[in-house]
Design a binder for this molecule. Structure first.
Ligand code: HEC
Length: 137
């Protein structure tokens, strides 16, 4: 019965009614829905590239508010906008490869391999899911 049924518990203290501890199960892990190790490794690669190469303009959270933002016109794109999020993986990867002429968005084709671009796109998807999750409390 308990095998495979793992829950996390939160502990709460309620001074008003002197309940000292209350254990509340709040999530059951669905092992089938967890990413496998290869997916996690790709995500971590994507995060690492993004933080080092993109975040100074696009911001840690992808919203376009990186520390160099004030230096450039046009401003770094908000990568969490509907417009960007609705693009396919292939479209995003091609944008990163080719850059955007007349802006600070350089082409990365000599620097990032197709696999590396895919990993970054995967991380952008993750950032967006995290944003939605945080916004919904
Ligand atoms: C030096 C600043 C800078 C860096 C570094 C940078 N970008 Fe950009 N990026 C921009 C700017 C500015 C634009 C918007 C250009 C425009 O609006 O014409 C942009 C646009 C984009 C777009 C297109 C968004 C759209 O609206 O279609 C994507 C995708 C993107 N960047 C991803 C990345 C990724 C991924 C990296 C890291 C590999 C990166 N950028 C690094 C400045 C930067």
């Amino acid at each position: 019965m308990f095998a495979g049924l793992l829950s996390w518990f939160s502990v709460t203290y309620f001074p008003e009614n002197r309940t000292i501890l209350r254990l509340e199960p709040y999530a059951q892990i669905n092992y089938d829905a967890l990413p496998d190790d290869a997916e996690l490794a790709n995500l971590e690669r994507g995060r690492s590239y993004y933080v080092q190469l993109c975040a100074q303009c696009h911001g840690e959270d992808g919203s376009g508010n990186g520390e160099f933002r004030y230096r450039m016109v046009p401003k770094p794109a908000n990568l969490m906008s509907e417009k960007v999020v609705n693009k396919s993986d292939e479209e995003l990867s091609a944008l990163i490869r080719d850059g955007i002429e007349g802006s600070a968005m350089a082409p990365w084709d000599n620097i990032l391999s197709p696999v590396q671009r895919k990993q970054i796109v995967g991380y952008l998807r993750y950032l967006n899911l995290q944003r939605i999750y945080l916004a919904n409390g």
